[in-house]
Write a protein that binds this ligand. Sequence first.
Ligand SMILES: Nc1ncnc2c1ncn2[C@@H]1O[C@H](COP(=O)(O)OP(=O)(O)OP(=O)(O)O)[C@@H](O)[C@H]1O
Length: 728
Amino acid sequence: MTDAFQSAYQEEERHLNKTLHEIEQQLERLRSVPVYTGHDFTEQLLEAGREERRQSLAKSQVQPYFGRLDFHENGKEQQYALYIGKTGFDREEAGEYPVVIDWRAPVASLFYSFTGGDEPASYEAPEGLIEGLVYLKRNVMIRKQILERVSDTYQRGGGGPAVTDEFLVYRLGENKDNKLRDIVSTIQAEQDKIIRAAKNTALIIQGVAGSGKTTVALHRLAFLLYQYKEQVSADKMIIFAPNRMFLDYISEVLPELGVGDIQQRTFTSWAQELLDMSLTEQEGADTLAYWFETEPGKGTRELSDEISGRYKGSISFMKLIQRCIEQLEHAALPDMDFVPWEGALLRKETIREWYEAEYKPYPLAKRKERVLARMHRWVEMELKKSPSPAALKERKKKASQREKSYANQWPKLEPLNLYKQIFGATKAPFWEADMTSSIPEATCSVARKDLKKGLLREEDLAPLVYIHTLLHEIEGEQRFHHVVIDEAQDFSPFQVALLDQFVQGHSFTILGDLSQGIHGYKGVHAWEEMSSWFDEEHQAYFALTRSYRSTMEIIEFGNMILDKGVHSPLLAVPVFRSGDPVRLIPYGNPGSSSRVEELARALRHLSQKGSYRTVSILTRTLQEARALHAALAAEWRDLNLIDGSEGTYHGGLSILPVYLSKGLEFDAVILADADRRHYPEKQWDARLMYVGCTRALHELWLMYEEELPAYLGSAAGEKGWPAELEAL
Ligand SMILES: Nc1ncnc2c1ncn2[C@@H]1O[C@H](COP(=O)(O)OP(=O)(O)OP(=O)(O)O)[C@@H](O)[C@H]1O
């Protein structure tokens, strides 16, 4: 330990003790106030405030802060050491700065945006731009009140490189369990810009695998809740993610950041709830099986824009639906007078006047409701003119029947029914026949058959919800303050445009990676397909190119697949963290007779190695994952098979098909059957291979039969088993 380091450590230890003492004193004072349980509203509010502080201080007591920035603001007499933590708290007596500053506060942005250099640094405060000089940037790692590590990334006049990544590299080298974690202590400048971007913008973030997209989006939610507390509330924010297991995987980050109540859904479950209908569980599984469970040697199916998922997800289909509903609005009103009984007449011109002028601003279902209600009121007024009780009774009866039959003349305003009409699965009398002629014939005939059988697909949900919104109003409680879409490359432009109707101020965080777009049969192939929906001034595009998940060796290997297989220019820039070489191991090692035995051998080795907590075998298909799991289950009772139906990710040892591994990460990955037969040289197969390889944090082994795909030909990996296993 150098002297400088020792004195820094001692200084921080003293500061930590002082801070813990301050927290303890504040907590003691709060605890000494008896808890108020009475009915006085003001007292109740005060009690709620005290309880909030008690909880937040109790949290701070475990790890009060993680960073320090010494800053000399222009015009101030002296520099201050600003300590930054997950939650801030003030001194009880007035002071220049709080004891700990919340990481989301404007001044804390300096801690993230400052990347070294002796020039003045600045941050945007509510009162304007604040400038000054940074003297020290320090990471302080405290676990359970114990100071474990002090690491300076910048010291004014320190000579060496402006900012080193030593602390970041240390954090990235840790092993991972079954949950994604917060990164407040090491947020990077390019990530911080996204987290702090203005609320009312549709942010589209293209980020390479492992660039922190998911993590950054979650931190952004915590930031928006802090920065715009008056305008947004957690229960009005929603995260859309691909499946329930992924939602479970990311479920710890927000609570770690002190944020609760944010809705986390799949698009399917949200849409089904809104429509009050359900798809069969089987539908999702069938779609995945159709696209991914192909025979070895065949590779993924060919894609084109004629594919029904692509068409049904397009803005042109959305516009077609809009035109159909507009025509329906023109044609919906029955073209007839209303005669509740002989001798009484409500002229069609009068009814049309209500429908087309007075109720025009309302959506169709409401217009219909209003017209019928007004007609009923008119009937009641007319009934009052009845000459006798007997006539009144007779007229009432007739009027009621005729009101019913008049209402039946209106079209059924029911989304599924109208949707069927669009594809000709039932008669479509309310719009012109050529209205739907632009739907590709293949899409139309498949949809017609499906709908006649009562089969709905995931791709039908956005159109159905859209029809629902055109017919009915979007209720206040259905609106969002902010929407996050993770894995957005698998979303359609239609889905985004639909959600735009539900969110205020185009407030979106849309994140994904085109190179990982393995669901090309429904997702976007270029971000312009989505961004074109938003006006220039309502959108911003960010590209994250640094990858934090994997070692340099794995990232470089992934880049080769991107370049030669996916043909993507979006290569990843590694953080300088070196590890073991990527291994390329052909099956057929002498002494080992089968593929299963060799995969077992690899799993045995990696699961016993070091302190890896998560190791996975990725297969090309679910069928292969099932068979392998059955073969290995006797040796590993705790080996999890992930088949897409589960709601929880358990970590530990897993076997899963590669297409279900998206978004997850593992300390070590064994990519089974990484050969040409399983991954032919097609762009979509190369994407699957890319997704699989980029799941690994520290170690990646590819095992294969015969030949590797050509794009791995010049692979910068090491061939064969590691020396210690080779010798066995
Ligand atoms: N600034 C950072 N400091 C420390 N760790 C980071 C940082 N940014 C990202 N990470 C880590 O990198 C890993 C990848 O993050 P995340 O899953 O959010 O990336 P992603 O871009 O969504 O990945 P993918 O698209 O491959 O699923 C996680 O383990 C995350 O904790």
